[in-house]
Design a protein around this ligand. Structure first.
Ligand SMILES: NC(=O)c1ccc[n+]([C@@H]2O[C@H](COP(=O)([O-])OP(=O)(O)OC[C@H]3O[C@@H](n4cnc5c(N)ncnc54)[C@H](OP(=O)(O)O)[C@@H]3O)[C@@H](O)[C@H]2O)c1
Length: 217
């Protein structure tokens, strides 16, 4: 039997976190939804349970949620990003951080002083844990519908083994994962979400995404 993997989602009570939890639900996967308020996490888990027939789903405070996880997804608005990473620092050793955060101000992308959300997280954590950027360009709307096709996921980061592991997680949710290069590329992938938001506005959609062509996969 395959070993169970545990994935914590910090800010897992929100749009991306709840949708991702539903997609991750599978035999051998334990998803822990984290929140600033443990009771809120438990309530959200109860609301999701009718839709989850496989795997294990639990709700906890963010710091508790990450304790037993091998993968920690950061799914909070950019405003809370640096603080939540700093709050979790010291708890993340040996884990892989999947940062999905897009720096947005009033719906518009911007490049934060560290260069990207990924680089900001890595700067705060230092050598404690590798940070891998992923899932920025996937819509929660598609994620929450198990039958909806997903866009491609561009995965970047400076740790090759961590990136490979994250690509494995992405494939589990039914998306194609592409190694999009080093952490220095993250600002482009994060900013691309700003373009997708504009496309959604212009073309009256809610789930524009990206597709990579020209690569045999
Ligand atoms: N929605 C999407 O389709 C999508 C797709 C790709 C990437 N993203 C990115 O993923 C992140 C989450 O997006 P979302 O739409 O899920 O956001 P959201 O629903 O607005 O927020 C997610 C959760 O973050 C927590 N939170 C809110 N403000 C916070 C703060 N200041 N500090 C710490 N935690 C805070 C809340 O949980 P508690 O109150 O329970 O703590 C909230 O439920 C964003 O950075 C977004 O750019 C979103």
């Amino acid at each position: 039997m395959e070993r169970e993997i545990t994935i914590a989602i910090v800010g897992g009570t929100g749009n991306l976190g709840t949708a991702l939890a539903l997609r991750l639900a599978a035999p051998g996967v334990r998803v822990i939804i984290g929140s600033r308020d443990p009771e809120k996490a438990k309530t959200v888990v109860e609301s999701l349970k009718p839709k989850v027939t496989q795997g294990r789903l639990e709700g906890r405070g963010n710091r508790e949620a990450v304790k037993e996880a091998e993968f920690v997804v950061i799914a909070v608005p950019y405003e809370g990003h640096a603080k939540i990473i700093a709050d979790l620092k010291g708890q993340l050793s040996g884990k892989i951080i999947i940062d999905a955060v897009v720096p947005l101000q009033k719906g518009k992308p911007f490049v934060p002083p560290a260069g990207s959300a990924l680089l900001e997280a890595q700067q705060i954590l230092g050598d404690e844990a590798p940070v891998v950027g992923a899932l920025h360009n996937i819509s929660a709307l598609d994620l929450q519908d198990a039958s909806a096709p997903l866009g491609d996921v561009l995965v970047c980061g400076d740790s090759e083994p961590a990136k490979q592991s994250v690509m494995g997680i992405i494939q589990r949710i039914g998306a194609r994962a592409f190694d999009a290069g080093p952490a220095a590329n993250a600002y482009v992938v994060e900013g691309l979400t700003g373009v997708l938001i504009s496309l959604n506005r212009k073309y009256k959609s809610k789930h524009a995404s990206v597709k990579i062509t020209g690569i045999g996969q």
